[in-house]
Design a protein around this ligand. Structure first.
Ligand SMILES: N[C@@H](CCC(=O)N[C@@H](CS)C(=O)NCC(=O)O)C(=O)O
Length: 204
């Protein structure tokens, strides 16, 4: 398999899942700052011009964080990235969707790139503040869920934890104070070899 990945972006979560599974894969770096996601070569992989994109062994490409994460969990069930029980799996999917759909897309995306949504400087500032509030409120909500358990996805970190890691990684980079349970989650994740490899190893 081949993961198209931009360091420090949301594709970090998929990279962590591949490392947790331990399946052989290649990582191809996409440089978002230079606009490589809009090059023809990458648009041929993902016409939406976004990472993550996963080229699978059968030659087909899967995009969208949640779709890739769930496919990996179902394809490699022995890795325990998602509970078997349908009710528990639905709850894990619910929180993963909240992290990607709300904290990332409605929160950090607006806080970090308001110019993608509105043009005037004052509107951008307003959107930046709003996005940051959505992100921090969302992190508080997930932290309260974590207060009851070490991981969101079951007895070991899985699909929702991979999503939570990349948004907490962004929060740390922005010097946002993490609620206590979330700080503990972040520290525990940083101790995992999969996470160390996913952060440190340069994509080829
Ligand atoms: N809905 C997509 C969002 C992916 C996304 O926004 N990726 C960002 C990096 S975190 C990206 O590729 N941005 C490049 C761009 O928008 O030009 C998903 O869940 O995978």
């Amino acid at each position: 398999m081949q993961l198209f990945h931009a360091p420090r972006s949301c594709s970090l979560g998929i990279r962590i899942l591949l490392e947790e599974i331990g399946v052989p894969h290649q990582v191809s770096a996409i440089d978002l700052s230079s606009g490589q996601q809009r090059d023809d070569a990458f648009l041929a992989v993902n016409p939406k011009g976004k990472v993550p994109a996963l080229l699978r062994d059968d030659g087909t490409v899967l995009t969208e964080f949640q779709a890739i994460a769930l496919w990996l969990a179902w394809r490699f069930p022995q890795s325990g990235l998602l509970p078997d029980d349908p009710d528990a799996a639905a709850q894990v999917t619910e929180v993963m969707e909240f992290i990607v759909g709300t904290i990332h897309m409605c929160g950090f995306a607006r806080a970090l790139m308001p110019g993608k949504f509105v043009s005037s400087a004052s509107a951008q500032e307003e959107l930046r503040v709003h996005g940051l509030q959505v992100a921090t409120d969302g992190l508080d909500h997930v932290s309260a869920l974590l207060g009851k358990t070490s991981w969101l996805s079951g007895p070991r970190p899985g699909v929702a934890d991979a999503a939570l890691f990349y948004v907490t990684y962004w929060a740390k980079a922005l010097d946002i104070d993490l609620p206590r349970a979330l700080g503990g989650f972040y520290d525990q994740m940083l101790k995992r070899p999969s996470v160390v490899r996913a952060i440190d190893v340069s994509p080829t």
